[in-house]
Design a protein. Structure first.
Length: 115
């Protein structure tokens, strides 16, 4: 009967490793999008959602300009710029709960997990 706890620990260890790998992949894809699209300012993920903000002076899809202290969230749904990250999150989020891990960062900045 001692085998069950050992197997459960193995499952937890593999799940945790998979979750960490998935989070690193999301960060890699998000940083690539931030580097490739100069109008994007920051990637934010938490509480089951992920999105990008626009840089100050940029215009959103409805024509609102980003002003100082007023971040505008870039609508990522059906946006071809974010197809890679959207496909990855859509495939793995239900199993690994990737979007439940808080993270925010710019293209070259450190990852912030508490804000």
């Amino acid at each position: 009967m001692k085998r069950i706890p050992v197997l459960q620990k193995m499952v937890r260890r593999h799940y945790t490793a998979a979750n960490r790998c998935a989070s690193r992949e999301v960060a890699r894809l998000a940083r690539k999008a931030l580097r490739d699209h100069a109008e994007l300012n920051e990637f934010i993920m938490a509480m089951g959602a992920w999105f990008f903000t626009l840089k100050e002076g940029e215009m959103d899809k409805v024509g609102l300009a980003v002003t100082p202290g007023n971040d505008i969230i870039q609508d990522c749904e059906d946006d071809p710029r974010f197809k890679d990250i959207d496909a990855f999150v859509s495939k793995w989020d239900e199993e690994l709960k990737i979007t439940g891990e808080p993270m925010r960062f710019t293209a070259t900045g450190p990852v912030c997990r508490e804000w």
